[in-house]
Every structure is written in C-alpha cells, then in structure tokens.
Design a protein around this ligand. Sequence first.
Ligand SMILES: [Zn+2]
Length: 216
Amino acid sequence: MHYYLFQLIIGPMFSGKTTELIRRLKRYQVAQHACLIVKYSGDTRYMNDGVATHDRQTLPAVSTDKLMPVRQKAINYDVIGIDEGQFFPDVVHFADQLANLGKIVIVAALDGTFQKKAFGDILNLVPVSENVTKLSAVCTICFKAAAFTRRKTQEDKVEVIGGGDKYLAVCRECFSAPIPPSPERAPLHEFNTPVTDQAKWERIKTQRRLFGKENA
Ligand SMILES: [Zn+2]
C-alpha cells in the first residue's frame, strides 16, 4: 500500500496512467477507504458516471473542467484520484490543499506535450508531492520503451484530445524519425526473435494448453 499522501503518476500517452490510478484507488477501496475519481469533462472518451472496475464494483466519479468547484464533494472522501491532471488549471493548488488536509491524492497526468515541453502547470506538482512515478509506454515505431508522446497530425494547439488516431508513444530515437506505414518488429528488448510459422504454432498450442478444454 502507498502511504504517501500525494502521489503523482506521469508518463506519455498509452503508458497506462489511468490504469495505474484505478489500480491504486481500487486497493484503497479494498482497504475500506472512500475513493473518488475526478475526470476532465472535456474528455468524452470515457463513460460519464462512475468508473467500472473488474469485479463489478464502481468507483464514484465526477467530471469537471476545474477542480476547486468539486472541493466540497471531494473532502467527503479519503482518497481522491485525478485523471488527466494536466488539463486542470488549478491542479497544483487543489491537490496540495487536499493533501494538507490529510487526504490521499493521486494525480495521473501527461508530463510532456507532443513537443517535449512541460504540460501546463504539471511539473509544479513535483515539489509538492511525496511520490512520483514516471511510466513508459511501448514505442509504436520500434517497440522499445517509450517516454514521449508524438502527434501524428499537424494541429499545433497543445490540448487536442485524441487517442491512437492522433498520437503515438515514441522513444527518443523515433521522436523525430519518419513514421513507417506498418510496424514489422515487436521487441521490448534490443533484438527480437523473428516469428516463424513454427513459433506461431507453438504459441497457439500453449494457449490451448492453458485455456482450452483438456483434450483440445
Ligand atoms: Zn522507437
């Protein structure tokens, strides 16, 4: 269990920040803490009320574009998770204030823009937090660990909400490399093993052994 009052989860797009946020909230929920998740109202990619977790329990959720207006609601909870923290203009003040009240605050946020610049006020959360985790994604181009977000489109506004249609997670090398039409390699390490038909067949066999019927 994380004992830190203020935890920051940063990283590029597709690094699992929301998943990690929900995982931590879920653990606190199991430990009988009242948990609330605050989502950015400008992002309609998620459901509006509540965030479903795997065991059919839901986390109460609230959608807003500023945090201070939901402060009264938030102080009724022990643990407050903030998703897409980079979009809230008052995130530093809000999070610091709630942690000072003894609340556990977990902020998940993009640390960098598609230009590798600090996203809004987000780096100012570092000096007021007790714990910082930077997650990595998998580079869409070469499949190594990816720490950066790259925009596929030509829009130059910082806040352009989108998923895989607009953004790529990329490593340092691929940040400025040309985007290939379709990836061929799949390593998380330096050199990957070519996938032969035999290897594919072995994989299918293994899956059957693990998940299929006994005599499949
Ligand atoms: Zn790469």
